[in-house]
Design a protein around this ligand. Structure first.
Ligand code: CU
Length: 157
């Protein structure tokens, strides 16, 4: 099971296989935390990663801390009744036992608001993830090629 999850998770990061990085903390495996290179003028940026939980109990991501932004929250993209993509905070981010959670464009993401510095492709942005059971886990978000939407232009509640 462990092996299967890992293989599946790694295949999700196939766009950047050479540069994928990961961290292990107890039963948690955090795969390729990354931030698409924000424009120099961007006031916000999105962060993505895969979190797999090889344990037998649910885990929760409670908080993300980084000096890179004044505020870091977890958002999800939802389509409203008018068909417009909007973001809203994720209140309870659970990683089910023997399962994994994917934060990816168009879905859940870490929202970094009020960037304190610019970033360049290849930079490693230090951050701490705070989990309910595993506690504080130090990670680095890799700044990946931008190639995607201008996240800061999307509507945020
Ligand atoms: Cu967002």
């Amino acid at each position: 099971m462990k092996k299967l999850l890992l293989t599946a998770a790694l295949s999700l990061t196939a766009a950047t296989p050479l540069f994928a990085h990961d961290m292990v903390a107890g039963d948690l495996h955090i795969i390729h935390p990354s931030i698409p290179d924000p424009l120099p003028t961007a006031k916000s940026a999105a962060g993505y990663m895969v979190i797999s939980n090889d344990g037998d109990t649910p885990e929760r991501l409670l908080e993300v801390r980084t000096p890179f932004a004044k505020v870091s929250t977890i958002h999800e993209t939802v389509i409203d009744d008018a068909g417009v993509a909007r973001m809203q905070p994720v209140v309870d981010l659970v990683i089910a036992p023997n399962d994994m959670l994917v934060l990816e464009p168009g879905g859940m993401h870490v929202m970094f608001m009020g960037l304190t510095s610019t970033a360049d492709e290849g930079d490693m942005i230090p951050a701490t993830l705070i989990f309910q059971n595993a506690g504080e886990v130090v990670v680095e978000f890799m700044v990946d090629p931008s190639g995607g939407m201008d996240h800061s232009a999307m509507g945020h509640d």
